[in-house]
Write a protein of this length. Structure first.
Ligand code: SF4
Length: 384
């Protein structure tokens, strides 16, 4: 079964570190959005009628800030998806939520509409850090949103945290972690701040106005996250993700396991498997621009600004690169079953990494040893 991802390209205000595609939007623009995504689905089904029969067991609304749309529009979009694609009864249906944009009533309505998982963008429990990151919400908003999400009885409530923030020291991060576990979230994502080019935070660092902790301190913060969350009963199932047993994000696992997913909305990416034209997968990318996206749909074209039919080499490379992010690693025989024998280059690269201790072989699986998780990009690049 595949996943369905909907990108909601609206935020109240841009955070200082963020380079995801999102814009501030008025009521009218937000009102028009569900109809655009509905049109995108209809045009896609016109081009690939077979897609109407592909069942989905995860739906994920990300952004941007999906909750800026409000529960009425989100529920309408979810119903529109269900009316066009078979969505499993027990599907995982997630929305990301910014704590400054939701009320208890919103959560209750989302729950009624069929959402069963919420991922709260907390980032930090320190007012100074929230201000440095340019977040719109306060620590009190986080407490209220978490309480309201629990009262609405979502099956899973997760929180996202960021470490390696401007001016942050290790003791402050440890306090954030200690506080996070007292909430008893089902899922925790912890990402190191990456100052993306073109963002205000990156400009402030370049201008010497702020400084990030050094690399060694950030590496120790990563270890602190792993140690604290593990001790509290969370499995470290992917480089940046932790979950109580059985509460892993099924939708994101599809990306790492290279299962298919539809990507809807501006800047969304997808991976389809139309058997006749792209048996190894068709990667789709929507334009990172709401006007361009809307124009394509008005002209009756699918919103894709680019597509790429994957070959066997791509399928192998991607299966290794994404799969090795997970603690479960990958099974080369399973990849071979789906995609045929490994290209020589991939086989040699894997053998070389195993020989130098950068990958571990366990039975028919291979995985990245934990001591290399923080520098996984450097190791995995050798497979790219
Ligand atoms: S709320 Fe999320 S998507 Fe929006 S600007 Fe902030 S980090 Fe980016």
């Amino acid at each position: 079964m595949r996943g369905i991802y909907v990108h909601v390209p609206f935020c109240v205000r841009k955070c200082g570190y963020c380079d995801f595609y999102s814009v501030a939007a008025g009521e009218e623009e937000r009102d028009r959005y569900p109809a655009l995504v509905e049109r995108e689905m209809d045009l896609l089904l016109r081009k690939f009628p077979g897609e109407a029969g592909v069942p989905a067991d995860t739906v994920y609304f990300g952004g941007g800030t999906p909750t800026v749309l409000g529960p009425g529009r989100l529920n309408r979009l979810l119903a529109a998806i269900r009316s066009r694609f078979p969505v499993a009864e027990d599907a995982e249906i997630t929305t990301e939520a910014n704590p400054g944009t939701v009320t208890g009533d919103d959560f209750a309505r989302l729950r009624e509409g069929g959402f069963n998982r919420v991922s709260l963008g907390v980032q930090s429990f320190r007012p100074g850090t929230l201000a440095a990151l340019g977040r719109i919400h306060s620590v009190e908003d986080v407490r209220a949103a978490y309480r309201d999400a629990r009262r609405a009885k979502f099956r899973s409530v997760g929180i996202d945290l960021i470490f390696g923030n401007p001016g942050q020291d290790e003791a402050e991060w440890q306090e954030d972690l200690d506080l996070a576990v007292t909430f008893l979230p089902d899922h925790v994502s912890a990402y190191a701040l990456t100052p993306e080019p073109g963002t205000p935070i990156q400009a402030a660092i370049a201008g010497g106005e702020i400084a990030l902790p050094d690399d060694d301190a950030v590496a120790r913060m990563y270890t602190a996250a792993r140690d604290t969350l593990r001790a509290a009963g969370y499995g470290h199932y992917e480089i940046s993700n932790f979950a109580r047993p059985g509460m892993e994000c099924r939708h994101n696992m599809k990306y790492w396991r290279r299962d298919g997913y539809l990507g809807l909305g501006p800047s969304a990416h997808g991976l389809l498997f139309p058997a006749e034209s792209a048996p190894f997968g068709l990667r789709t990318a929507n334009p990172p621009s709401l006007p361009d996206y809307a124009r394509a749909l008005r002209e009756g074209r699918p919103a894709w600004s680019s597509t790429r039919a994957c070959g066997r080499e791509d399928a192998w490379k991607e299966s290794l690169l994404f799969g090795l992010r997970m603690s479960e690693g990958v099974s080369p025989p399973s990849i071979e079953k789906r995609n045929g024998p490994p290209p020589d280059e991939a086989r040699k690269a894997v053998e070389h990494l195993i020989g130098s201790g950068l990958l571990l072989r366990e039975g028919d699986r291979i995985r990245l040893p934990e001591q290399h998780w923080f520098v996984s990009n450097e190791v995995l690049q050798r497979l790219a």
